[in-house]
Design a protein around this ligand. Sequence first.
Ligand code: 5RP
Length: 224
Amino acid sequence: MADLEMIKRKVGKEASQFVESGMTIGLGFGSTAYWLIQALGERVKNGEIFYGVPTSNQTAEWAKEVGIHLTDFAHVTTLDVAIDGADEVDENFQLIKGGGGALLREKIVASAAKEFIVIVDYTKIVQKLGAFPLPIEIIPFGYERTQKQIADLGLHPALRKEEEVYLTDNGNYILDCDGGVIENPSELSHTLHNIPGVVESGLFIDMAAKVIVGKEDSIEILDV
Ligand code: 5RP
């Protein structure tokens, strides 16, 4: 297993210590969240019970495979905790998320939790956000105009494509925006929300309560 993968695994396991049997958990998406789910799965084998609200269809599959009971907002309004990865974490604990395309559900789930715990390896820690292209989820209708409005902000939006145009679990498009350093993430978040057609941006402002950082030889837990 590559070193970074090993670190992600340790971070996922560490984060699982903040989950007690019987809790309802917001389950993130990505290669780090995967290891959290595996760690919880080990505890399911020992008789513990967890309820999870998944942030992606893939997360739902992983959770089902290890015996976590899936639930949704028809049955719960508040989650005990949400745990998810991030693409970047800055010095003020603001985040870029959405590399995996699940930013909308991730933000809804994180905002519904009493505590939002972010799990990352050390490569995600930056002074200022922006080296990682900011994902923005947009409605397909009129996307060319939405893209132009975002381009006018100097954000260099590129429509995410795999073989075809990438579709989120919500049937929307993603623009990956390579606009360089984001000097004021909070202001940019507000600006983006005011553009018709923008569903959500990958800027998670003042949401993290704890950041668990995996390093080569240790794990650091930062309380925000
Ligand atoms: C998915 C996300 C992920 O949390 C983010 O991309 C980090 O993923 P990984 O843990 O694989 O590095 O926001 O939409």
